[in-house]
Design a protein around this ligand. Structure first.
Ligand SMILES: Cc1cc2nc3c(=O)[nH]c(=O)nc-3n(C[C@H](O)[C@H](O)[C@H](O)COP(=O)(O)O)c2cc1C
Length: 347
């Protein structure tokens, strides 16, 4: 079905298409029988797909990557399409509009996207309220949906005060999300990636870990990293995970590299992060490197250029415990989730 829709959708501006599709997806799921139909078409249910990672039980290992549901409005719809978990955000303490439009570009000949959204979001309060409402009204399988909260800092907050922004988001989401992702790897917030350096990162993660306990419970905290880190920076990341005791890593975010693209020069020179097929190999390399260097001592969520079941298998074989999709979901459609889960059942 998606292969019929895609050529039409790809005629229009990608961000407008995103809002058009998600609006209609919500309508479809609200329509009597719509949610059940969505599950019947896409959702693959099998206890053999279940996986326990950092103390949480995932219905299946295929998740929606951050950035698609920035404002926590599509969790039920994504669960009905078969995702085993959904990561909302990146959210920031205050709402912010993000960068001026146009800020998202398709590179169809490369199976890629470039985006410079810049953390456009309605702010953490809106996300927290929506997740709480979703939890209250969830029925059936949606009750067990694992929801991650991906947190960042506002553009206007200087790096020296960034830790306060992360604390605000952490505290506000603590009661409603299952795990946290500290995003310091987006290329679209000026200076953000400087927080990936060892000293500020240790400070940020230690501060969050110190607050990570409420009524005897704590939440797994993961760090999302860029694919552009050098081996020695990745060695630091392994050290940092071990020293701070955080639960794991999400590898990777989008890349600033523009290697091996076939798209027109003007398109590939658009500023922002590149995602999709050109990222597949590098993000798998990062997963493998971290897994080997750490002797598999912490879980890794593999994300970047998964466009087929085989791409997902490669990430899992390289050491990922779970995978996430964004660009592959746009290019291949919701069938990709089922294809990966069916492949897992076949081995
Ligand atoms: C339009 C767009 C927006 C994104 N926004 C975020 C974001 O807000 N936070 C984040 O951590 N990652 C964000 N990402 C990165 C994705 O979560 C993912 O890490 C990256 O795109 C690589 O996976 P992919 O090749 O499957 O897209 C975004 C990606 C895209 C394409």
């Amino acid at each position: 079905m998606y292969f019929l829709l895609k050529p039409i959708l790809f005629q229009f501006d990608p961000e407008k298409v995103h809002y058009f599709v998600t609006r209609n997806l919500k309508r479809f799921n609200r329509f009597p029988g719509g949610a059940a139909l969505s599950r019947a078409i896409w959702d693959v249910n099998n206890p053999r797909l279940e996986k326990e990672v950092f103390g949480l039980k995932f219905k299946n290992p295929v998740g929606l990557a951050a950035g698609f549901d920035k404002n926590a409005e599509l969790m039920g719809e994504m669960a009905n399409m078969g995702f085993g978990f959904v990561e909302i955000g990146t959210v920031t303490p205050l709402p912010q509009p993000g960068n001026p439009k146009t800020r998202m570009f398709r590179l169809p000949s490369d199976g890629a996207l470039i985006n410079r959204m810049g953390f456009n979001n309605f702010g953490v309060d809106v996300a927290a309220e929506r997740i709480a409402a979703f939890r209250r009204n969830a029925k059936g399988a949606q009750k067990d949906l694992i929801i991650g909260g991906n947190i960042g800092k506002n553009k206007v907050t200087p790096n020296e005060e960034a830790v306060n922004d992360y604390i605000k988001c952490f505290d506000r989401l603590f009661d409603v999300v299952d795990y946290f992702v500290v995003n310091v790897s987006s290329p679209n917030t000026p200076g953000l990636r400087e927080l990936q350096e060892k000293e500020p990162l240790m400070h940020l993660l230690n501060t969050l870990q110190q607050r990570n306990s409420k009524n005897g419970t704590s939440r797994p905290i993961l760090l999302k990293i860029a694919p552009d880190l050098t081996d020695s920076q990745l060695d630091d990341i392994v050290d940092i995970v071990q020293q701070t005791g955080i639960a794991g890593i999400i590898a990777t975010n989008t890349t600033i590299s523009r290697e091996n693209l076939t798209a027109a020069e003007s398109l590939k020179n658009e500023l922002g992060g590149l995602s999709g097929k050109p990222l597949t190999k590098r993000s798998t390399e990062v997963v493998r490197y971290l897994h080997q260097k750490s002797n598999g001592s912490f879980p890794i969520i593999g994300v970047g250029g998964i466009h087929s079941a085989d791409d997902a298998m490669e990430k899992l074989q390289a050491g990922a415990s779970l995978v996430q999709l964004y660009t592959g979901f746009i290019y291949e459609g919701p069938c990709l989730i089922g294809r990966i889960n069916k492949k897992l059942l076949a081995i």
